[in-house]
Design a protein around this ligand. Structure first.
Ligand SMILES: Cc1cc2nc3c(=O)[nH]c(=O)nc-3n(C[C@H](O)[C@H](O)[C@H](O)COP(=O)(O)OP(=O)(O)OC[C@H]3O[C@@H](n4cnc5c(N)ncnc54)[C@H](O)[C@@H]3O)c2cc1C
Length: 390
């Protein structure tokens, strides 16, 4: 929609072909219905291909995105670094977008699915299945330029028809399943943690924030961000007392230096239900099998219930078995390979009439408004360049 509006405002006759019966519906689910539309700390390093993102989105990136929304009549507010519509309703973002598209003369053709795109010397032929007819009928649209803006998980079919290079797709920004999690009984409890991923002995990524314990593993924004780096077999550790170092923790839990692990001794620092489970596991000397981390508790520590409980508080290990509930994933990694694009226009080098933007490309980022900021800005770049061909 952003690409279409930009192209239309630059003078091109523009049609959006949308398979759903309503346009821009995906916005409604974003940010838990509130649409975290951008982040004031936009930076290429937050993305999987920082150099490419830096070439597409120059230093005016945030200004361009906010300028676009300002011109739509949207007002926004900040929560830490994250930008939300001031109404805190994703419907505000969608409604102003649709209204601006209408003002710009964009034709929005819903209930039509793009099946194939053909590139000819002086135009593109877009083959569409019109599902608003009974029975559904095929039709074609001939255009000077086409922009692939199908989001994650949908570009492979179009790419195959055009011989475009495609990076295998997988869901990310999703809950993580953990093998036999001893925290499964705490399903639904939340905690502020520092979570860290290890592959064998080596730390891979670290993130602070809220984790949601689930019967299958873990969820929450911290987990979503770590899911960009996690592989099956990795160990995730949760530090349940991120603001307490080990000696402060010992002072609080054992003020009289008895060395005893007393029920309730962690209740002033942790959710008592999480604390009770950690104490139980420490007393049972529960361990994670094949834990190769250099800082995994030694057998001496495991043999001392108080020391072991405190070690589990500062780094509770869970074994990742993969993405849980791919249908809850916010983003698809993979898609159209970036090396085939001209970064200043997002045209495909081998077919200059064909452009792409948003999640259709192999670009992904952390939670926090970065994925939508990429979608908006890349849409502006592609829409503007495509309009030059009209
Ligand atoms: C639950 C959820 C919450 C999220 N929250 C946030 C957030 O708060 N902040 C953030 O930055 N990111 C968020 N994201 C990610 C963000 O929504 C996406 O990165 C962004 O929407 C990608 O935009 P896009 O235009 O590339 O693709 P999409 O928004 O997916 O739009 C693609 C459109 O193309 C249509 N389409 C697909 N195939 C065809 C076809 N063959 N023919 C016709 N039409 C087709 C689809 O129906 C869809 O309407 C969230 C994602 C999810 C799932």
């Amino acid at each position: 929609m952003v690409a279409a509006i930009t192209a239309a405002e630059a003078g091109a006759k523009t049609v959006v072909i949308e398979q759903k019966l309503q346009a821009a519906q995906s916005i409604l689910a974003t940010g838990n219905g509130r649409c975290n539309l951008a982040n004031i700390s936009l930076a290429p390093k937050r993305y999987n291909h920082p150099e490419f993102v830096a070439e597409v989105c120059d230093s005016s990136w945030l200004n361009d995105v906010l300028g676009f929304w300002n011109a739509c009549g949207l007002r926004w507010t900040l929560e830490e670094d994250r930008l939300y519509p001031v109404s805190r309703q994703a419907a505000s973002v969608r409604n102003v977008l649709l209204a601006r598209a209408e003002r710009a003369g964009v034709i929005v053709a819903c209930g039509r699915k793009v099946e194939q795109v053909e590139i000819n010397d002086d135009n593109c032929t877009i083959k569409i299945l019109d599902e608003t007819r009974e029975p559904a009928q095929y039709c074609s649209l001939i255009a000077n330029a086409a922009i692939i803006a199908v989001g994650g998980g949908a570009s492979s079919r179009i790419a195959a028809g055009l011989n475009l290079e495609q990076v295998a797709e997988s869901p990310i920004l999703a809950p993580l399943a953990c093998e036999n999690s001893p925290l499964a009984s705490l399903n639904g409890r939340r905690a502020e943690v520092i979570a860290q991923i290890y592959r064998g002995t080596f730390p891979q990524a670290r993130e602070r924030g809220e984790v949601l314990l689930r019967d299958y593993g873990i969820s929450g924004i911290v987990c979503f961000n770590l899911s960009r780096h996690a592989q099956p077999g990795d160990v995730i550790t949760l530090d349940f007392a991120p603001d307490c170092n080990a000696s402060e923790l010992r002072q609080i839990t054992d003020p009289k230096l008895t060395g005893e692990l007393v029920d309730g001794c962690l209740d002033g620092i942790l959710d008592p239900l999480i604390a009770a489970q950690i104490i139980k596991l420490a007393r049972e000397q529960w361990t994670l099998a094949d834990d190769d981390r250099a800082d995994a508790p030694s057998s001496d520590v495991q043999a001392d219930p108080l020391s072991y409980a405190l070690a589990l508080v500062k780094g509770f290990p869970l074994r990742v078995s993969g993405i849980a509930h791919p249908e809850l994933a916010q983003v698809t990694r993979g898609g159209l390979a970036i090396n085939q694009f001209e970064p200043t226009t997002l045209a495909i080098q081998s077919c200059p009439r064909l452009f792409a933007c948003g999640e259709a490309l192999d670009i992904d980022a952390d939670c926090g408004g970065f994925n939508l900021a990429w979608a908006w800005k890349s849409g502006m770049v592609a829409g503007n360049a495509a309009a030059q061909l009209h």
